[in-house]
Design a protein around this ligand. Structure first.
Ligand code: SGN
Ligand code: CA
Length: 444
């Protein structure tokens, strides 16, 4: 039985590949748009920085294309998401910062694909208030979401789920692929992880990853900002001076013995989660407090606590990518599915002494971008053109064979990666608006 379905399938495939004319007519490609939150390209092993291993995300590089000059127009979460959905800069889609409202009534690429026969779903973090438009199914985190035992809002109904947010998001995405979508239609899945967003709480599975390792900070970790203007000096995103004892470094009491807000995060965990957490962190915390570190030694301890937790949360993101790729392989979907991996922006991993993003230095306004589409993209390609997050919407529509609305400002980069000669931009436009605000990064 299996064999006969297989041979009919192969015959149909052979017929389809003999058809002349544009791809569109035969089988529009499925699209899985994977986005994580604050994932620095420095923390994807394919980019070669040697910090961690991300074998599943790396598969997209070895089986597709890796972009090494991909930028966002405004390095902050909600505005970046608004740009990706609408294909427009923030001054036109209206979402200039994390605070003001997003207007879901405007056009977005998911709505356009939905109108052209696609089944569409949005799962995980979106960070844009209001009921998402353009999706047949949605199940999203409220706002930033929680790492442990998070609430999700499924089609308007808010429920709490026991477990770890990254694993749950993957479970919901797979459930939609397997059981909820209409299998007769092409699909668009936005699979959007909360991790590795602050305050970097790892899964129980990875609480001890990197325990026996000491990381060296980047060469400019002890930057004094000499020769630069007030903007660089007056930010509030230094690992040494601004990150918080409880929230960021997970101490239950600060060095003066005062209780920290991490106790609140522990209360959210169930007993078993809390016990595993305490086992992994508390002895180390006590040893640290006893050691009374100061100056450079203290700075290096803080850097290590930060980078280890950040990278631990990424390990679960990478596992999830692996689970989705396995599903595609096992169900004959790999060939006709475009898989995109990106982040809503870059992140500082100690460069200039910083965490967070916002500033238009490369670590922050550059973001990872990897795409696999076996039908058009040569495995192992590397692209160095200036692409931006305004380009994603027009690119997806182009692949689907659908006309790009005239007011989308991005350009499809499909031809750039299928090996055709195209004229391309030689500059990018960037605008950061959120000041005054958290981290005190000035407008620029
Ligand atoms: C939270 C974080 C900030 C972070 C913003 C925006 N603080 O407010 O460090 O810059 O989100 O991040 S926290 O104390 O709540 O962790 S964004 O990715 O959503 O833009
Ligand atoms: Ca973000």
């Amino acid at each position: 039985m299996k064999n006969s379905i297989w041979s009919v399938g192969m015959a149909l495939l052979a017929m389809a590949s003999c058809q002349p004319g544009p791809e569109k007519a035969a089988t529009p490609p499925n699209i899985i748009f994977i986005m994580s939150d604050d994932h620095a390209y420095q923390a994807i092993s394919a980019y070669g920085h040697g910090l961690n291993r991300t074998p599943n995300i790396d598969r997209l590089a070895s089986e597709g294309v890796m972009f090494n000059r991909s930028f966002v127009t405004n390095s902050i979460c909600a505005p970046s998401r608004a740009t990706m959905l609408t294909g427009k800069y923030n001054h036109l889609n209206g979402k200039v910062d994390n605070i003001n409202d997003f207007d879901w009534n405007q056009a977005n690429f998911a709505k356009v694909l939905q109108g052209h026969g696609y089944q569409t779903a949005l799962i995980g973090k979106i960070h844009l208030d209001g009921a998402p438009q353009g999706f047949d199914y949605w199940n999203v985190l409220p706002g930033q979401g929680e790492y442990y035992n998070p609430d999700f809002i499924e089609m308007g109904e808010r429920k709490r789920f026991p477990g770890y947010v990254t694993e749950l998001t993957t479970e919901f995405a797979l459930d939609w692929l397997k059981n909820k979508r209409d299998q007769t239609k092409p699909f668009l899945l936005l699979y959007h992880q909360k991790a590795p967003h602050r305050n970097w709480q790892p899964s129980p599975k990875y609480l001890n990853l990197f325990d026996d390792k000491t990381f060296d900070p980047p060469a400019n970790f002890f930057d004094t900002y000499e020769g630069r203007g007030r903007a660089a000096r007056e930010q509030e995103m230094e690992i040494y001076g601004h990150a918080r004892w409880g929230w960021d470094f997970k101490l239950l009491a600060d060095p003066n013995g005062d209780s920290t807000m991490f106790r609140g995060s522990l209360r959210r965990m169930d007993e078993q989660q809390r016990a595993l957490w305490m086992d992994a962190y508390e002895q180390e915390n006590q040893d640290f407090l006893k050691a009374n570190l100061t100056g450079k030694e203290l700075a290096l301890w803080k850097y290590n606590r930060y980078i280890k937790d950040y990278l631990r949360t990424i390990q679960s993101v990478d596992d999830g990518v692996g689970e989705l790729l396995d599903y595609l392989d096992a169900n004959g979907l790999a060939e006709n599915t475009i898989v995109v991996y990106t982040s809503d922006q870059g992140f500082y991993l100690g460069e200039h002494g910083w965490f967070d993003k916002r500033f238009m230095y490369e670590e922050s306004f550059r973001t990872p971008l990897l795409i696999r589409y076996p039908k058009e993209i040569k495995p192992g390609s590397v692209n160095s053109d200036l692409v931006m997050n305004i380009d994603y919407a027009p690119t997806f529509l182009d692949y689907a064979g659908v006309e790009v609305p005239a007011d989308m400002q991005g350009e499809s980069f499909r031809k750039l990666v299928s090996g055709e000669e195209v004229e391309w931009r030689d500059a990018v436009y960037y605008h950061y608006y959120e000041f005054p605000g958290e981290h005190a990064v000035k407008r620029h």
